[in-house]
Design a protein around this ligand. Structure first.
Ligand code: HEM
Length: 261
């Protein structure tokens, strides 16, 4: 027994630790985290190819292009208006979800729910105002972004498809803004929507049918509120997110942003 113990090579705690470390490094978990191209990977030579690997293999980094033109990162070129529009959309989504916890889209409850946001909900007034001002700012920033794109001639080939996607995004932004306007169910909203839908009613061919669908009847009423609520919180945000994804993908596919002038 004593002989057998003596035969076994003596392993110090330090050596045991280093053996365990080596074993862990060869393991599947380790390799899946520290695979080639991972930002955690050490000992990688800093070459353009390896930098590309890092960007492509990271969930966060891959949202960025591997290479960016020098002028494109200048704030003075884009004024960050596209990014600002997207940022405002995120703010609107987060604040909108908060408001949904306290708002019920019925003619009896809607206005009272909005009122009690001001008085009985912690940060209710702040969040409501963030949502309202955010919506106004998004309309302005999307419009200015479009003007910037036009100024740089970025509507021309190869970006004409993305320009059309942009027009759809502008329309959706305006529709989101307009449908949200009715939800407080106050006199201002009521008459603005009455005027708006009457104007739609005068469009040629399908005007009155579209008006009927939008109102959920022949005149504005509780059905209109529910209809616009669903459009505002579900349908338009869903559609705009899809078009934004296509928009961002196209920016990358068209070789990054245009320019310089
Ligand atoms: C919800 C609205 C929109 C969002 C979130 C958005 C977002 C963006 C972003 C982040 C970029 C990258 C460059 C930059 O920031 O300027 C971009 C580029 C572009 N956008 Fe938009 N955009 C929107 C609406 C529009 C509209 C209304 C148009 C035009 C009708 C448009 C047309 C374009 C074009 C053509 C480019 C490429 C610009 C270039 O290459 O210089 N976008 N957009």
């Amino acid at each position: 027994m004593a002989k057998r113990l003596a035969d076994k090579p003596r392993v110090s705690p330090g050596q045991r630790l280093s053996q365990r470390w080596d074993k862990m490094q060869g393991g599947q978990v380790w390799n899946s985290i520290f695979r080639p191209g991972s930002i955690f990977r050490k000992g990688y030579t800093d070459s353009p190819r390896n930098r590309s690997y890092v960007v492509m293999n990271s969930v966060l980094y891959h949202l960025h292009p591997v290479k960016v033109k020098r002028h494109a990162v200048k704030v003075s070129y884009t004024l960050c208006l596209g990014g600002l529009s997207f940022f405002l959309f995120i703010i609107l989504t987060v604040t909108g979800i908060f408001l949904m916890f306290f708002y019920r889209p019925t003619d009896v409850q809607a206005w009272n729910d909005i009122k009690s946001l001001h008085t009985s909900v912690t940060f209710g007034l702040l969040v409501r105002n963030m949502h309202r001002w955010g919506a106004h700012l998004m309309v302005i920033s999307v419009f200015l972004h479009m003007a910037r794109v036009f100024y740089h001639g970025a509507y021309k080939a190869p970006r004409e498809f993305n320009w059309v996607i942009g027009v759809i995004l502008l329309t959706l932004t305006l529709l989101l803004s307009f449908t949200g306007y009715l939800l407080p169910w106050d006199q201002l909203a009521l008459w603005a929507v009455t005027v708006g839908t009457n104007m739609i009613g005068y469009s040629p061919v399908v005007g009155s049918q579209v008006r009927f669908v939008l109102l959920g009847g022949v005149e504005i009423g509780p059905e209109t509120l529910l209809r616009w609520y669903v459009l505002h919180v579900l349908m338009f945000p869903f559609v705009i997110v899809i078009f934004m994804a296509v928009h961002f993908w196209r920016v990358r596919k068209d070789g990054g942003i245009s320019g310089p002038l």
